[in-house]
Design a binder for this molecule. Sequence first.
Ligand code: PMP
Length: 404
Amino acid sequence: MTTFYDEPVHLVRGLGTKLWDVEGREYLDCYNNVPHVGHCHPKVVEAICRQAGMLNTHTRYLHEGIVDYAEDLTGTFADPLKSMMVTCTGSEANDIALRMARAVTGNAGVIATDHTYHGNTDAVSQLSCTNPPPNRWDSVEFVPAPDSYRPVSAQDWAGHVEAAIRRLEEKGHGLAALIICPFFANEGFPDLPEGWLTPAIEAVRKAGGVIIADEVQPGFGRLGTHFWGHEKAGFLPDIVTMGKPMGNGHPVAGVVTSRKVMEAFRDTFRYFNTFGGNPVSMAAAQATLDVIREEGLQENARVVGDYAREGLRELAARHDCIGDVRGSGLFFGAELVLDREAKTPATAFTKNVANALRHKGVLMNFLGVHYNVLKMRPPMVFSRDDADRMLKAVDEALGEVPLA
Ligand code: PMP
């Protein structure tokens, strides 16, 4: 297991946006999207305990928890995305999405970006260039990760997708799917204008493929302006996968698609998931969804996210190493460079800044194609005070860590 930071943090308690380590030291969590509505949210904790004290079993019996949740959640999607399957992890959800794409298209080929991560099963680990599997399948092709700081046009990016489609067709696989995070979270969350993906999506559909939107990171209101990342990006996927924030830390994930795709999957594969959709998982997921609405957390993400980005822009006026500030809602960050003109990635510096912040009691991470983007994706209850504390720590760290 790989832990974060040169000196890993040993946590024992969490509440809201705060965490405490084994020595009682407090940290501000600016990174963790798993406790979506805040660490140990009392309503979610209570729902889990209540259901665990009533009934928990596998999914071979009728239970209203999964049905009510599926109806509620699919209500947040446009037609025809009204069918849902529940799993335990995002990896499983993406694994099923690939099988659905193959079942409905009759093709095998899949396209992903060259700097993404979609999970850890044998099939979805094929989609990773950053942790390449030893037995790479020949039915997977990659396209360059989009970048808004060193921009590529929508047409040029669609050209990469078309070339990948041609390669898959030449190998006899045909195209089953393009799988993307609609916010390109692992790629460094480029600020792409709405509709930027349209030419690529048209190319995929023309070749008979489907679009899988992996919403594991941007979903559930995090982007502030929209509940789902694909809505913000301005396209309607054929299959949507979700996970991490769905149960506020409880392992629950899922796939939403159309009845047509779901039926093609069910006609092709026999599928059973012992734990996916069990009553306790559904109680956690329902309570999380309820809290997002009751506490107006999507709106909080929009307002506090804008405030935090504004603060980072003010820091950029004083720190030349901040080359770009970007993001949406409570998914944002700054790309750090050695030279603004040349946009030279400050890769080692960014890692050192994340480590320095950890020692200042502020937890965040770094990613992107050059691993030079400070990534902030805090629990959705992140407040203006939290943002001020984060900005102060970033200001200090950028001033203290040697730029090299
Ligand atoms: N998709 C994306 C975009 C992810 O970030 C992750 C987890 N980091 C996954 C899928 C896999 O989810 P899990 O770890 O729940 O299997």
